[in-house]
Design a protein around this ligand. Structure first.
Ligand code: ZN
Length: 205
């Protein structure tokens, strides 16, 4: 049975493309498929109340929002952590990841045909070459590259990418969500790890 606090995000103007439901991600495995979760985006109902406010704006600007991660089953988090145990990658335990509480989303804006707008990096700073490196235990180049994923990263040679990152941040803050300094795609519901928002165990049937 679905947890009473979770809502499934689906339908226009949201595009559901969960990164861990496919193999093109930093761990190189479709962990959400492996555990039977599939390409599903669930979120805490309080987060949904925020995200819904985006719908008129998205339609007016002929944009869509791609959801790349949302609620993450604790079992999936444990598997991700097993694949890449390196500190600085995944939170040390599901309890410490807002995704496992249903109170975080990883998002990107797209045009009306689903083409991603340009940003300083891909979501999760994914690049196939870096994914191969980190999977073989080599983190140096990737951790250096991660500075481009930060909100304070500036680069005059990519004004459009920087402007899109800023626009996304303004948009998400306008609906009451909070950014984290080192991942431009990740947004949290305030106080999203608390008694109000306990960890959620749920796999759809
Ligand atoms: Zn995230």
């Amino acid at each position: 049975m679905i947890d009473k606090n979770l809502i499934e995000i689906s339908g226009d103007p949201f595009i559901i493309e969960m990164m861990y439901a496919r193999k093109e991600n930093m761990v190189g495995q479709d962990v959400y498929q492996q555990i039977g979760f599939g390409n599903k985006a669930y979120i805490h109902k309080d987060m949904w109340a925020c995200l819904q406010k985006l719908i008129p704006w998205l339609k007016e600007h002929k944009l869509k929002m791609k959801i790349c991660d949302a609620y993450r089953p604790p079992l999936a988090h444990k598997k991700l952590k097993e694949i890449i145990p390196q500190p600085g990658f995944f939170a040390s335990a599901p309890e410490r990841s807002q995704h496992c509480h249903g109170t975080a989303v990883d998002v990107i804006l797209t045009d009306e045909n689903g083409n991603e707008l340009c940003y300083p990096t891909k979501v999760d700073a994914y690049r196939p070459d870096f994914a191969k490196e980190v999977q073989s235990g080599n983190f140096k180049d990737f951790f250096e590259y991660l500075k481009k994923a930060r909100h304070d990263y500036e680069d005059a040679s990519i004004p459009k990418e920087i402007a899109n990152r800023r626009e996304l941040k303004n948009l998400m803050e306008s609906i009451g969500l909070v950014a984290i300094s080192n991942e431009w795609w990740h947004y949290d519901l305030p106080n999203g790890i608390s008694e109000t928002y306990p960890i959620i165990e749920f796999i759809p049937e």
